[in-house]
Design a protein around this ligand. Structure first.
Ligand code: ZN
Ligand code: ZN
Ligand code: FE
Length: 758
């Protein structure tokens, strides 16, 4: 066999801990190539010698058929001196100082492992921690790099001979699978009751199942934290869970053993199925069947529901079908109200003690707490509400090169972002920083990501809001390390986030329809109904909603009727008793509100689009107080009557979007007894028309036909779908989010992208 060529090949991306070297090894063997493959801290290096055609095939196969979890960012190769090696080998890793390699997210159990889990002949039959290089925990167990077992929370489990053999065998699916484990050497599961009595292994699992079947609430340790679980078909269990968790109405997500169970209750499109089945197994929001037997307590006021499939072996065992066993479990985050999700055994036993009737625990420690990802299928693509498990810390490619930068994001739904080169490592969902524990998680997260991606920030970006804890942190960090700090206006960050998300690499300005709940404006007001013309570097505020009073600030946000009343007063409309929000508010409170608005006492002004949705929900009598964020707007979307074309009318007056006329038309519909579903549809349609009208005006003046949609209001799918269609119908090209949420979870990416252009 004559060797006539040799090449050195370098592959960058997620190529470690995902079975990449065995894949190269076996491919090279099949092609009769000799040489070696090895991990370096900058990726994977290959030297291969053989026939030149076969070397081409090797590179082709690496590009086109890499292992399931690998993500190749870059591959380069050069011809080298032909050298005959005795064999093809996997060599020891080589560390290059200063270089980093991306880390794989946590991935749901693969089909091979699932088959082995239920195979009585298999060594890991019914073993709740079965995994391989194609699946299992990653980010959640990594303490440091390089990603090797001693640097993970699996370090405390020495391998048995069987696992050791598989770990060392390049032809095995578990070759260098760092979390490898088996019943003889790995972690174990146990059930613990409220008295602290433990039942180990399979018997413990069966106790948990029995409790769930009996309507009990069980805390279950998962991949990135604890879930609280109960029988989703048992209204009493659901009531208990809502009371104990202090979560009266916010929807719960559910988990089913298989897709066929989900299809029993839900309308599932082909693209929904693809997302539900994907290797990340996120929570996917789908429509419930019109006729279904699900208790209303799962998602009150919703015709949609968040569904997911089991993503760990333990989940599969927990949901294994059996006679009279519930086929659907609520799996909601293990916390009280808005606190961060519990992730250690001790914390679970402490904080969830009064919620759960029992605890299904295990001794594989979670190092980084990671919540479930929530998304929906849009245009057959994922559209994120929360990007976390399965996606973080996978990098997003920035359109331009960055230095080492840190952007700290917003305050609610916080994520932070460390970037280097074209890599933007956006953190898992951190949450509301005003919560002390969440803020601690933010601090630890920034340190941890800096360490594992070897990024020492040289520049920092934060929001302009002086009171955001992330801003305060950025100020301190910048002062302490003497680094330049860039303050980014919130809605400019949303715009840039949408551009970067779409790999928009152009300085030409676009029309940013930034519709949001809240954000600090350059005039000190609360912005949120903003039409910006801009790019990464600059923006102009071309249009904004009427400035409206927000009596009591955050208090008003919790009570939409106050917003409704304030908007009526400011617009000079009558406080008609026929309106529920007037009828139900006593005259003293009405007077106080009027005075408060007149004298501007604790009454910030806002141009927020989210607040306008709140006002409308209140005016039509849908919701006067909320108990979770954006509830009024979400319910307003849920009640839309389909196939309504009519709309109300916004006024446009030199950059101001006037709402008085719209409110008048809407109120007259209320008095005429038009159904709320129709009014809601008409209101949504008005916003769609507004978007098209403004975009057309700007196009005729400035010749811009590129529109970007960002901000939390764009989580409204009716609005999003209709706006995209209407804009495209008028010849606009539309950018909307693909990889990060339109909400504040995407702010850190926007800040990072803006830093790149400064
Ligand atoms: Zn597997
Ligand atoms: Zn073992
Ligand atoms: Fe925002």
């Amino acid at each position: 066999m004559a060797h006539n060529a040799a090449r050195r090949i370098h592959v960058k991306g997620i190529v470690q801990g995902v079975g990449f070297r065995p894949f190269v090894y076996s491919t090279a063997k099949e092609l009769n190539l000799t040489g070696w493959v090895r991990n370096s801290s900058a990726g994977v290096d290959i030297v291969a010698s053989g026939k030149s055609d076969d070397l081409n095939i090797l590179i082709e196969i690496i590009k086109s058929q890499p292992p399931p979890l690998a993500k190749i960012d870059h591959i380069e190769w050069s011809e080298i001196q032909v050298e005959v090696f005795p064999d093809f080998q996997i060599l020891e890793s080589k560390v290059i100082p200063g270089e980093f390699i991306p880390i794989s997210p946590d991935i749901a159990i693969c089909e091979d492992c699932q088959r082995e889990l239920f195979d009585p002949q298999d060594h890991r039959f019914r073993y709740p921690f079965i995994n391989c290089t194609n699946c299992g925990p990653r980010l959640t167990i990594i303490k440091d790099i390089p990603y090797d077992r001693p640097k993970t929370t699996m370090a405390t489990f020495p391998l048995c001979a069987v696992c050791e053999g598989e770990y060392a065998d390049p032809t095995n699916r578990r070759f260098h699978a760092q979390p490898i484990a088996c019943p003889d050497c790995g972690p174990m599961v146990w059930f613990q009751d409220k008295n602290g009595d433990r039942t180990l292994h399979e018997a413990g699992l069966q106790r948990a199942r029995k409790s769930l079947k009996d309507g009990k609430i069980i805390a279950i340790k998962g991949l990135g934290g604890f879930h609280l679980a109960c029988d989703a078909t048992n209204p009493r269990a659901l009531d208990n869970l809502r009371i104990r968790k202090k979560r009266s109405q916010k929807p719960f997500a559910v988990m089913a053993f298989s897709l066929s169970v989900i299809e029993k209750y839900c309308e599932v499109s082909a693209s929904d199925k693809e997302l539900i089945h994907s290797k990340q197994k996120p929570i996917v929001i789908v429509n419930q069947k019109i006729e279904n037997t699900l208790p209303d307590q799962i998602a009150p006021g919703h015709h949609t529901i968040g569904v997911m499939l089991p993503y760990t072996p333990l989940h599969l065992l927990l949901l294994e079908p059996d006679i009279d066993y519930p086929d659907l479990l609520v799996m909601t985050s293990g916390n009280i109200s808005e606190e961060p999700i519990t992730y250690t055994n001790a914390d679970c036993l402490d904080r969830l003690h009064n919620i759960a009737d029992g605890f299904l625990l295990h001794d594989r420690e979670i190092f980084t707490r990671v919540d479930d990802t929530v998304l929906v299928s849009m245009d057959s693509q994922p559209y994120f509400f929360r990007r976390s498990r399965g996606f973080a810390p996978q990098s997003i490619t920035l359109p331009q090169n960055n230095n080492n930068d840190l952007s700290v994001g917003a305050e609610l739904k916080n994520t932070f972002c460390l970037s280097k080169g074209t890599y933007a490592f956006i953190s898992h969902h951190i949450g509301d920083l005003k919560n002390f524990e969440t803020y601690q998680a933010f601090l630890e997260g920034v340190d941890h990501y800096s360490k594992i991606f070897k990024i020492t920030p040289q520049r920092i970006a934060c929001d302009m809001h002086p009171d955001y804890l992330s801003t305060k942190y950025a100020n301190e960090y910048a002062a302490q390390h003497r680094l330049p700090l860039t303050l980014v206006q919130h809605h400019h960050a949303h715009l840039a986030s949408c551009l970067a998300d779409n790999q928009y690499d152009d300085d030409a300005p676009v029309i940013g329809m930034i519709f949001d709940g809240t954000g600090y404006g350059t005039d000190g007001n609360i912005w949120g109904g903003e039409v910006l013309i801009g790019n990464y570097k600059n923006y102009n505020r071309a249009f904004h909603l009427d400035e409206m009073p927000l009596p009591g600030g955050d208090q008003a946000v919790l009570h939409p009727y106050r917003i409704g009343i304030a908007y009526l007063i400011k617009s000079g409309l009558s406080l008609d008793e026929r309106l529920a929000l007037i009828h139900n508010t006593d005259s003293v409170e009405l007077e106080i509100l009027a005075k408060q608005i007149e004298l501007q006492i604790n009454t910030p002004m806002t141009t927020s689009m989210g607040r306008l949705f709140d006002a409308v929900a209140s005016l039509i009598g849908l919701r006067q107080s909320i108990n979770y964020e954006a509830q009024a707007a979400i319910e307003l979307e849920q009640i839309i009557k389909p196939n309504i074309d009519q709309a109300y009318h916004f006024g446009l007056n030199s950059g101001t979007i006037e709402i008085k006329g719209l409110l008048e038309e809407l109120i007259s519909d209320i008095f005429e007894g038009i159904p709320v579903g129709v009014i809601s549809a008409k209101f949504h349609n008005s916003v769609v028309r507004l978007v098209v009208e403004i975009a057309s005006q700007i196009r005729s003046q400035e010749g811009i036909d590129q529109v970007a949609l960002s901000g939390g209001v764009w989580q409204n799918l009716y609005l999003l779908n209709h706006a995209i269609q209407a804009l495209r119908g008028e010849g606009f090209s539309v950018l909307f989010h693909q990889q990060v949420p339109a909400n504040d979870g995407g702010i850190s990416l926007g800040q990072a992208a803006i830093l790149k252009k400064i």
